[in-house]
Design a protein around this ligand. Structure first.
Ligand code: SAM
Ligand code: SF4
Length: 496
């Protein structure tokens, strides 16, 4: 039992949950997927009424939260090397008389619990992915008892307890925002930890999503990406006791005044239904870019992975999208070196990639995850073979991505402008296909969708001019492009 004054009383008295006064600095580092980025923002929102203000650097933080990813071994191990750095910061702060607390949140926290404190004793607090709404209580517990661990799957819905960000905090995060609509997974692919770390599939009720989207749009957000581990398995409670699919939800959200772009990620091929296809056919706001992971082109491997679809099922789904919207493009995830994958089976993956033609894709070497069925499969693929297959697959995907990007040159495309670029005078935005696009223009265009005539491509970044605008010549700016072209795609995994 934690005895604390109610939050409203504490706020009036300027106290946080540990009874301390004044504002404190919070540094949250996200690893892994977009769901973690969203969760990190919600953690910051939950701690804001406690007097925590976000800082961009761990060096001056009073509370450091690492929001972790467990999807592959490398991602999980990265957390421990980062914890080594945080321990040194904590010790340096202590020598100056400053108390720093370290929390580990997210999927590594969920999977490893107290083990984290055993391996990294500088950690004060471990909080699982379903419990971060309890952070204020857990901080109080850690202040009182020294350590706190909470990795239960609570019956209460964490979304009901989350604090909405202020309009100012929302604006500071930019014109594009994520909204979680679905969480967890019931599919149990044999390689994947998500059903164990995120739990069973749940969908948020429609009204809560609509309210959250309306609040974001009021604060100036123009693009919403609906996210979920299996976002198109969405089946949320709607008015009149109905259950809505993702397609129906998108159709409804597209009507909210102020929304100019809608996206969703990540989809499973088996859950693509007619309402989603029709949404792509009918909704101008729904961007024609779909992340649809397939993992492998071999039916035998797909069956052992328990994906519950064949390569032909996947091709048919792609065809349905393409019939509904001709300018649609796709990205995907692939795993190479799944246990027992033969050279012929890998060749089937290459053949599928050739057939589909992707605008980009993520590819990973298979990483055995403790507790998953595939981790017990004996027929492993050698590290050298995995490396070699990954290189071949990535070369093919890179060539398709670069052909897709080059095809933009000379075209005029819509860009939603997001922020000032690193190069002075440039503003960067995204095309419908999430390609970064740079123009020289006034910052007034941030938040607007404007047509841009694409002049050139530097790695993954497009450079152009506002269509019809008298802007500086593209040729004269070319040499300054290299640095900003390194800016990453937000759909890419971060920190992993
Ligand atoms: N729900 C999505 C789906 O089924 O397509 C995928 C979500 S998962 C968080 C993101 C990607 O990580 C997967 O698509 C898969 O390619 C990769 N992944 C998951 N487990 C992996 C493992 N054990 N080894 C390598 N890659 C893995
Ligand atoms: Fe993991 Fe996606 Fe399979 Fe679910 S559907 S188990 S999240 S890979």
């Amino acid at each position: 039992m934690v005895l604390r004054k109610p939050a409203t009383v504490r706020r009036r008295q300027g106290l946080d949950s540990t009874g301390m006064t004044g504002s404190r600095k919070l540094y949250v580092k996200s690893f892994g997927c977009q769901m973690n980025v969203y969760d990190s923002q919600r953690m910051a929102d939950t701690l804001a009424p406690e007097g925590y203000v976000e800082t961009g650097s761990a060096d001056d933080a009073d509370l450091i939260i690492l929001n972790t990813c467990h999807i592959r071994e490398k991602a999980a191990e990265k957390v421990y090397s980062e914890l080594g750095r945080m321990r040194r910061l904590k010790e340096a702060a202590k020598a100056e008389g400053r108390d720093v607390r370290i929390a580990v949140a997210g999927c590594v926290a969920q999977a490893e619990g107290e083990e984290i404190i055993r391996r990294a004793p500088a950690v004060d607090l471990v909080v699982g992915s379903q419990n971060y709404h309890r952070l204020p209580d857990l901080l109080a517990r850690a202040a009182r008892d020294g350590k706190a661990v909470d990795t239960e799957f609570p019956l209460d819905d964490k979304f009901d307890h989350l604090v909405a960000p202020s309009a100012a905090a929302t604006r500071a995060r930019g014109v594009a925002a994520f909204v979680t609509v679905q969480e967890g997974c019931d599919k149990f692919c044999t390689f994947c930890v998500v059903p164990y770390t995120r739990g069973a599939e749940i969908s948020r009720p429609v009204q809560k999503i609509v309210d959250e989207v309306a609040r974001l749009v009021d604060a100036g957000v123009r693009e919403i990406t609906l996210i979920g581990q299996n976002v198109n398995a969405y089946h949320g409670e709607a008015p009149l006791g109905r259950i809505w699919s993702l397609g129906t939800l998108l159709r409804h959200l597209a009507d909210i005044p102020g929304i100019v772009r809608l996206r969703y990620s990540t989809s499973h091929p088996r859950d693509v239904d007619e309402t989603l296809i029709e949404a792509h056919r009918d909704l101008a706001a729904l961007m024609p870019f779909v992340h649809l992971p397939v993992q492998s082109g071999s039916d035998r491997i797909l069956a052992v992975m328990n994906r519950k679809h064949t390569a032909d099922d996947y091709r048919r789904v792609i065809d349905r999208f393409r019939e509904a919207r001709q300018d649609i493009a796709f990205s995907s995830d692939f795993i190479v070196g799944f246990p027992g994958e033969s050279e012929e089976e890998f060749a089937a993956t290459l053949a599928l990639v050739m057939q589909i033609g992707y605008a980009g894709a993520y590819s990973f070497k298979y990483s055995p995850r403790p507790g998953t069925p595939a981790a017990d499969m004996r027929e492993t693929v050698s590290a050298a073979e995995m490396d070699e297959r990954l290189v071949r697959l990535q070369e093919l995907i890179d060539s398709q991505q670069s052909a897709f990007n080059k095809a933009m040159i000379g075209n005029t495309v819509d860009v939603l402008f997001e922020r000032a670029a690193r190069n002075p005078g440039q503003i960067v935005g995204r095309t419908a296909y999430l390609q970064p696009a740079h123009v020289f223009a006034s910052p007034d265009i941030i938040g607007q969708v404007l047509p841009v005539t694409i002049a050139s491509l530097e790695r993954y970044s497009l450079l152009g001019e506002l269509a019809g605008a008298a802007t500086r010549s593209v040729a004269s700016t070319h040499s300054t492009m290299t640095r900003s072209s390194q800016e990453t795609n937000p759909s890419q995994e971060i920190g992993a």
